[in-house]
Design a protein around this ligand. Sequence first.
Ligand SMILES: [Zn+2]
Ligand SMILES: [Zn+2]
Length: 279
Amino acid sequence: MISLKFYGVRGSYPVVGDQFLRFGGDTSCCVIREAHGDQLGPPIVFDLGSGAIALGRDLVTEGVQTVTAFLTHLHWDHMQGLPFFAPLDVAGTHVEVVVPAEYGDVEEVVIKSLSPPLFPVSPNQRPGQLTISPSRTIRHFEDPFCSVTALSIPHTNPTVGLRLDTERSSIAFVTDHQIPKDGRSIHENVAQLCDGVDLLIHDAQFVASDLVAKGSWGHATAEYALHVAALTGAKRLALYHHDPSRTDRELDVMMENLARLCPSVGLMAARAGMEILLP
Ligand SMILES: [Zn+2]
Ligand SMILES: [Zn+2]
């Protein structure tokens, strides 16, 4: 079995408060692992938003020593958990962070953001080992036995969508995806990433009325996410990157309205702590 667990599902910035308890307030982070009963394999992480802080604590408690994390891009909400990622403070651990190659010298860019004056200490003063690598189109892993594909998708700065394939299951991670002007067309890389996946995790930050003022801010509506899922044959859709102003109650109402539109896609709203098991 493959286990996917969400640690952060918010876009833009973390939120706290009674209105956000059920879906959670932390920003983008999820982890994929092979699950044999209670035993979990090495983690592959998608994004290190503030949700990565709780993930890091869990991994240290478990004694995990090797972590591979893919960043979709370098907006704060996708990497703000990295400076506080607990495995970096444990001797003998190795954290590899894979960054879209379009950012140029990815090591310099990321290390600068983790060093004074932006953070109290430099990564090389911490006991864990940190490696920053540029992304490749496809990367193969032995454990779990899978491949991760990274392809550029439309957003406001260089951004990749990710797809993880095992022998039996597939997951696409398409967060921060600019809805096209016509609201219908699908970028060829997005179509390739989502093609027939068992689970699509897709940007749903906006509702239709947001597009008037924020139509070029790099995000999609839940309706567009459903459209992508339906046309690419995705079996299940987890709406993701919830707007930080969207309360639990408002997300409930949004889901009730959407469920009537496309009954052929298994629809859910991602929430922190939710775990999805795939064959
Ligand atoms: Zn974002
Ligand atoms: Zn972004």
